[in-house]
Design a protein around this ligand. Structure first.
Ligand code: ADP
Ligand code: TRP
Length: 351
C-alpha cells in the first residue's frame, strides 16, 4: 500500500503507534459489488479494521449514488446489497463503524459550509465529472458537487487516512485543498489534511480485458452463483493461440484473474504450463471457474444468514451511525462556532 503525502497539518505518522489515526472510506451503492471492488477496495478495508480497530469508519455512500441511481427500489436494493456483502465478507461492527451516509444529515450541512470556502475552479478541474458526463450520466449540480460532498464525508469525522483506488486520488487532493481553504479562511487548524492510502493491487481486468467496472458490463459479482461464474468466465476474452502453442501469461486475462484467487503455487503452475504450451484455454478457464467459486464459498452461507436477519443488519447500521453522529456533531459544533453560526455567539456578540 502506498501513502500519498498530505498537506494542511495531518496528524502525521501511519501505523498503530504515534498520534491517533482515523480511517474512513465510502462505498457507492451504484451497482452490485464485483471482484474488482473486492481486490481493489474491500479487502484493504477489512485489513484496516484490524490495524485500526475502533477507528475505522466505512459508510454506504447513498447520497453520492443519487447522482446515478434514479429508481427508488433499485437504490434500496443496492444499499442492502452493499451492507450484506460487507458484513458477509467480514466487516466486524465491533471493530469498524459502519453506517449509511444518508443517516448522517450533518454531512449535508458541512457540504454547504465547505462549498462557501471552495473556489468554483477547484470543482471545474475534477476529471470524474467530465468522465461521468462522457459516459452519459446527467450533468446535474449534484454530480458537479460530488467531490465537495466527498470532502465533507471525510472531514466530518476528521479522518486522517482514506484508503481508495487510484481513481479517487484527485478527490482526495480536492479534499486536502478544501480543508486547507477552511483552515485559512477561519484562521484555525480544525481540519486535518487526510492522507490518501492507495492500494498497490493492480487493476483487476474485466472479461473483455478493460478495467473491470460496472460501467463496462464486464464484471463478475462477488456473490455470483456458480452458473453465473461459469457463464462469465466463458466470456473472458482469449487470444487465438492454437492448442499446444505457448501462451504469454502476462497478457492473458484468464491468468491475471486466476492469480488473484489461486495460491502462489497454483498460479506459478498455470504460468509454467502456459509457457510450455501444455495448457489451453479450456483447462485454464475451468481452473479459474473452480478457484473463483471456492474463494467466496465460506462467505456465501454467512450472506444467506444475514439476508434472513435484516433486523440485525439495520441494527448494525443504526449503532454505526450513532457513533459517527457523535463525532459529526462535535465537528459541527466547532465549525458553527468558528464560522459564527452559533446561537451563543450571537447572544454574546458585540452590538
Ligand atoms: P466501478 O468501476 O465498477 O464503478 P467504483 O468506481 O464504484 O467501481 O469503485 C469502487 C472501488 O473499487 C474504488 O476504490 C475503485 O478503485 C475499486 N475498483 C473498482 N474497479 C476496480 C478494478 N477493476 N480493479 C481494482 N480496483 C477497482
Ligand atoms: N467516490 C468514492 C467512489 O466512487 C466513494 C466515496 C464517497 C468515498 N465518499 C467517500 C470514498 C469518502 C472515500 C471517502 O469510490
Amino acid at each position: 500500500m502506498t501513502a500519498k503525502s498530505d498537506t494542511a497539518g495531518s496528524t502525521g505518522t501511519s501505523g498503530t503507534s504515534g498520534p491517533v489515526e482515523r480511517v474512513l472510506s465510502g462505498i457507492q451503492p451504484s451497482g452490485v459489488l464485483h471482484i474488482g471492488n473486492y481486490f481493489g477496495a474491500i479487502k484493504q478495508h477489512l485489513e484496516y479494521q484490524e490495524q485500526y480497530a475502533g477507528e475505522a469508519f466505512y459508510f454506504i455512500a447513498d447520497y453520492h449514488a443519487l447522482t446515478t441511481v434514479r429508481d427508488p427500489e433499485e437504490m434500496a436494493r443496492l444499499v442492502r446489497g452493499v451492507a450484506l456483502d460487507y458484513l458477509a465478507l467480514g466487516l466486524d461492527p465491533g471493530k469498524a463503524t459502519f453506517y449509511r451516509q444518508s443517516d448522517l444529515p450533518e454531512v449535508c450541512e458541512l457540504t454547504w459550509i465547505l462549498g462557501c470556502v471552495t473556489g468554483k475552479g477547484l470543482l471545474d478541474r475534477a476529471v470524474s465529472f467530465k468522465d461521468k458526463v462522457q459516459q452519459g450520466i446527467a450533468a446535474s449540480a449534484g454530480l458537479y458537487m460530488y467531490p465537495l460532498l466527498q470532502a465533507a464525508d471525510i472531514l466530518i469525522v476528521r479522518s486522517t487516512i482514506v484508503p481508495v483506488g487510484q481513481d479517487q486520488a484527485q478527490h482526495l487532493e480536492i479534499t486536502r485543498d478544501i480543508a486547507g481553504s477552511f483552515n485559512a479562511a477561519y484562521d484555525c487548524t480544525l481540519f486535518p489534511g487526510p492522507k490518501t492510502m492507495l492500494n498497490d493491487a493492480a487493476v483487476v481486468p474485466g472479461m473483455d480485458g478493460q478495467k473491470m467496472s460496472k460501467s463496462y458490463d464486464n464484471t463478475v459479482p462477488i456473490f455470483a452463483s456458480e452458473d453465473e461464474i461459469v457463464a462469465r468466465v466463458k466470456r473472458v476474452k482469449t487470444s487465438s493461440t492454437p492448442l499446444g502453442e505457448p501462451i504469454d501469461p502476462d497478457t492473458d486475462i484468464v491468468y491475471q484473474l486466476y492469480r488473484l484467487f489461486a495460491s502462489q503455487e497454483d498460479g506459478d503452475a498455470m504460468r509454467r504450463a502456459y509457457q510450455a504450451g501444455d495448457m489451453g484455454y479450456g483447462t485454464s478457464k475451468g481452473l479459474l471457474q473452480t478457484a473463483m467459486a471456492s474463494y467466496f464459498e465460506p462467505y456465501r452461507d454467512r450472506r444467506h444468514e444475514l439476508e434472513g436477519d435484516l433486523d440485525y443488519v439495520e441494527d448494525v447500521l443504526q449503532q454505526g451511525v450513532k457513533r459517527a453522529r457523535e463525532e459529526a456533531r462535535q465537528t459541527m459544533e466547532l465549525v458553527r462556532e468558528r464560522v459564527g453560526l452559533d446561537s451563543r455567539a450571537m447572544m454574546g456578540a458585540a452590538q
